[in-house]
Design a protein around this ligand. Structure first.
Ligand code: ATP
Ligand code: MG
Length: 235
């Protein structure tokens, strides 16, 4: 059974339609990557799934339940988490306070979970009392992931977590992503780094102009010369 199913979704901003009848699915335990050019609608799709942008029509189903238009504060209680492309941490709060904010709906002891997250990201553990705004780009992204993990999500939506990072940090971040997936977290991610996305994911969707242009396993996507030329930056 799919953990997430997006069926014929249309959405946009104001009167501008961005997603045109888009469908995709994410199976239990998968890492699914979305690739596509700037302005394709990748972020809009994640926002629509997470209830930040309401769908105009179509259906979004999570573990068999219709969540179309359900607001984020309810979705986090159902096991979804979302790491936005921008403004994914509170720069003026400390590292530890950011993690505490990630667990705002929990009223039990969150400190064991904070320690688990520091074990996953030892670099940010050393900076737990620093303001998040003082961290390097790589550490900020690790903190953003850590914050999203505070509620033990089953499905993690991640928007371009590696953009702008040095290659060794991209590798480090994706190793953590793999580790989370091994622990049972299902992942839908948007990625600009096509080789990394193909290397990390179980399945890939190519989105352009608010429509699905291709889907398949990474081997098939990479082997398709037209897709590679059009979307993967290969000539
Ligand atoms: N808040 C907004 N209000 C109005 N239009 C928006 C808004 N956010 C995005 N758009 C428009 O919606 C379209 C899709 O944008 P979106 O951010 O979803 O693309 P994307 O695939 O995530 O691109 P990128 O790779 O640059 O992040 C674009 O034409 C964009 O200008
Ligand atoms: Mg985007």
């Amino acid at each position: 059974m799919s953990v997430l199913q997006v069926d014929n979704v249309v959405s946009g901003y104001g009167s501008m339609e961005v997603l045109h009848d888009l469908s995709l699915a994410v199976g239990q335990g998968e890492i699914v990557a979305m690739l596509g050019p700037n302005g394709a609608g990748k972020t809009t799709l994640l926002r629509t799934i997470f209830g930040v942008v309401p769908p105009w029509s179509g259906t979004i189903t999570y573990k068999g339940e219709d969540i179309s238009g359900v607001p984020p504060e309810r979705l986090v209680r159902m096991g979804l988490a979302y790491i936005p492309q921008e403004y994914n941490i509170f720069a003026s709060l400390t590292v530890q306070e950011n993690l505490e904010m990630g667990a705002f709906i929990r009223d039990d002891d969150i400190h064991p979970r904070i320690e688990e997250i520091f074990e996953l990201f030892p670099d940010i553990a050393e900076r737990r009392k620093s303001r998040a705004g003082e961290l390097s780009g790589g550490m900020r992204q690790m903190l953003a992931i850590g914050r999203a993990l505070m509620l033990n999500p089953e499905l993690l939506l991640m928007d371009e977590i590696s953009t702008g990072l040095a290659p060794f940090l991209v590798d480090a971040i994706f190793e953590r992503v793999k580790e989370l997936n091994d622990q049972g977290v299902t992942i839908l991610l948007v990625e600009q780094n096509a080789p990394k996305a193909l290397q990390t994911s179980d399945r890939v969707y190519i989105i352009e102009g608010g429509e699905k242009k291709a889907e398949g396993n990474p081997e098939a996507i990479a082997a398709d010369e037209e897709i590679a030329r059009l979307y993967l930056g290969r000539s």
